[in-house]
Ligand binder design. Structure first.
Ligand SMILES: *Cc1c(COP(=O)(O)O)cnc(C)c1O
Length: 423
């Protein structure tokens, strides 16, 4: 469910005509709907029992300040994976005391920063990190709350590159090591080990794998307690998927959230822990679109290559994960003839293809089209590859819109490089 619809034959973001935004900002541009973000966050938070439990929005899905401030105002916490994300979330008004810090490669500097700002929880992913963090915190006279991220050896997700919970993945401490490390952590001076975390993958639309991972986590909690160790938090990660295809056979959206919450409550029933959740894609995925202009239509044999002004550096998901994005023309097609198109960007890579042989209503040079469901892992994964400036991001609320990130200028693009002195 999202707030991008045709009104009088023109695609709107909430009540704003997409053409109005394009006239002001140009293409390509990401456009976000605040009503969609609010709706998803509220449904999720309500389903999982906030405020008894906590929701930490996974900042890496979309770190635009417009998105973060919208969520901050709703009381969302943040799941962060770098010092940059901590600082960005702080800039959006999220209190570090409402942040959890995940990631396999936290540096000493990042850990020190997190401890110094009083982060709510650090999700420790290895023995080396545990030792380093304890030293850092103890040396500044602090005792940092941590949970141990466990790899349950249950992988899941929409693509191999977004599976994180299998033992072949780099994330978390192995299931067999968890209890030894937990006991060790409980004896370190600089940390207070108070729980466990798990996150097995992304774009998960079937709950079986999540359930088996959570059942395993419950057994670890019970086993730790039977050894007299203290466990008060269980962070269940993110990973819930969204419908990238409206006509997809599986029914999810609110239904998936309700089923997920019911499963979680069943599996953790009577466990007496504070539950944490780290949804990213679920909150912002359908809340953003990427609008691009058709530059050329090149017919090659029986192929129609539609060259657009957005590229894989702006939205890498199709190239990286073979991801599917619906394509909606900004002007609503009425009884249009359909053709098979390869929609491609200008970047010098064959992988710079948004879709191949997609049946779409006829598109002409100069037409605007929207790549739908581009709100998660779109702008945050963008780069300046081919020296293409980062594109603008716009936030819509009702009948208003604001540019929440201006298009990068060529001066900004070139300005930070320095020629070596000997030249
Ligand atoms: C990426 C990530 C998330 C968010 O994943 P989604 O699939 O976007 O919900 C949550 N927790 C951790 C530790 C992550 O790395």
């Amino acid at each position: 469910m999202h707030h991008f619809n045709y009104i009088s034959g023109i695609l709107h973001a909430e009540n704003v005509d997409i053409n109005t935004i394009i006239k002001a900002v140009g293409t390509p541009v990401y456009i976000y709907s605040s009503a969609t973000i609010e709706r998803h966050f509220k449904i999720f938070a309500n389903a999982v029992g906030v405020p008894k439990n906590r929701v930490f929005y996974a900042t890496k899905a979309n770190a635009n300040l417009g998105v973060l401030t919208t969520l901050a105002r709703l009381g969302a916490g943040a799941d962060v994976v770098s010092e940059g994300e901590i600082r960005k979330a702080q800039a959006a008004g999220i209190d570090p005391n409402n942040m959890v810090f995940s990631g396999v490669g936290k540096t000493a500097r990042e850990l020190a920063y997190a401890v110094s700002v009083g982060i709510y929880q650090i999700n420790v992913e290895s023995e080396g990190e545990l030792e380093l963090l304890s030293e850092i915190a103890a040396s500044s006279g602090k005792r940092q709350d941590i949970v141990l991220r466990v790899n349950p050896d249950v992988g899941a997700g929409g693509h191999a590159k977004i599976t994180t919970g299998s033992s072949a993945n780099k994330f978390g401490v192995s299931f067999s090591e968890a209890e030894r490390l937990y006991a060790k952590a409980s004896n370190l001076a600089g940390v207070r080990c108070i729980g466990l975390a798990v996150h097995i993958g992304s774009q998960i639309t079937e709950l079986d794998a999540l359930e088996s991972a959570f059942v395993k986590m419950r057994s670890v909690v019970e086993s730790l307690r039977s050894q007299g160790l203290h466990v008060e938090r269980l962070d269940l990660g993110g990973g819930l998927g969204i419908p990238y295809e409206q006509q997809a056979p599986f029914a999810h959206g609110p239904d998936l959230i309700e089923a997920y919450a019911a499963m979680v409550m069943r599996v953790t029933d009577g466990l007496d822990v504070e539950l944490g959740f780290e949804p990213g894609r679920l909150i912002v995925g359908n809340a953003g679109i990427l609008v691009t202009e058709a530059l050329y239509l090149n017919k090659r044999g029986n192929k129609n290559f539609l060259v657009v002004d957005a590229a894989m550096n702006d939205l890498v998901r199709p190239a990286m994960y073979e991801a599917y994005h619906e394509i909606w023309p900004v002007i609503e097609p009425v009884n249009a003839t359909c053709h098979a198109y390869d929609v491609v960007g200008p970047v010098c890579e064959s992988g710079d293809t948004f879709t191949s042989d997609r049946n779409l209503p006829e598109i002409a040079k100069g037409d605007l089209i929207a790549l739908m469901s581009a709100g998660a892992y779109g702008a945050t994964m963008s780069s300046t590859y081919n020296q293409r400036p980062l594109i603008a991001e716009v936030m819509v609320k009702g009948d208003q819109f604001v540019i929440t990130r201006p298009r990068q200028t060529y001066e900004e693009l070139i300005g930070t490089d320095v020629a070596p002195i000997w030249v």
